[in-house]
Design a protein. Sequence first.
Length: 398
Amino acid sequence: MRNVLFPLGTLLLVQTLISLAVGTVPLYAVVAAPDMDIDVGMIGFFTAITYLTSTIASPYGGGVAERIGGVRGSQLCLFVTGAGVAMTAFAWSPLFVVSAIFLGAGLGQATPTSSHILVRKAPSHLLPLVFSIRMTGVPGGNLLAGLSVPGLVILIGWRGTAVVVGALCLGLMASIHPLKAKLDSELLSNSSGRKMERPSFWVPITMVLKSAPLRILSLVSFLYCGAQLVLTTYMAIYFVKVGQISLVDAGLAVSVAYGVGVCVRILVTAVVVRWIRPVIIFGLLGCGIALCCAVLSRLNEHWPYGALLVFSGVMGAFAMSWNGLFLAEVASHAPKGKEAVATGAALSFAYLGAMTMPVLFGLNLSTGGSFQSGFLAMAMLALVGGVIVLIHGAREKR
């Protein structure tokens, strides 16, 4: 574990900063919208473009890392992410769309690029823990954005905030360059006699779909990630509208969900995997997500706030702790040397769920449906995913 601590810490910082940049634009969108001459409702469009781009970019991430190395690949992610958030400072609406594309590209390729390094540095039995720790950068970046961006907007304006966050990304990009010799030491040069494959979208996707374990993990990640994004997107407004609590109290409940989710994902991959196989835990988490969505559909104004906080923690434990297990299982079933490629392809299904499920949930609301019916639908989908994984895990053991 000692040998992986330094690269893990570096890649955790990279992911945190990329997630911070992705979460920055929606936070100052309300202030920036008049200057850009766009409607605030466009933020949903911005998020959809971001995750659509991540869906497309993710399968390329492994191939890019194989060709240029994990460090240089991480630098590329930081560059496009920093450029994406900084270009919004021009307050030109077409660049708002381009910004979403850049941010999505950086987000989509960050995980497979880091996987290219981590699968070579970490012992196989520690991969679930390593991936879980590294993936805490996603909620960590979101939390950091929520704590820092509003204050920065007050101090230096939204344009200044965009420039500062972009500069942080570019600064980290430059600072990790010396690590290339150490962390990309396995990179083959063109003179090695091995022909390097071109980064591709369909080749990794096909590789994943041809493998039964990878296919099941990828398709179920679509459901899990979709449910997670629905919960994080609509939970606060649902608590306010249906639970009849203040926005501040709702924000605290969402923060509890994030915090518990981060703690549980590390606990599960550090301790629980010693007694229960990761694939079984992955399936049980889906059943837990289903149960939480079903209980959430019963929320009303009579719930005590303390009970609501406890429930938020339980929901975070299930809905936000599956990522590390998922990545480790994908890496363990991938062909030797193709772990990063498989990770990128599998993640494209998760990003597709993150893009489509919240949109479908919103369409249900806009066409006369209720929050309750939407959460029940999510419960059924998550339950199906969890059961499929559990059945696969039982067969795999036999």
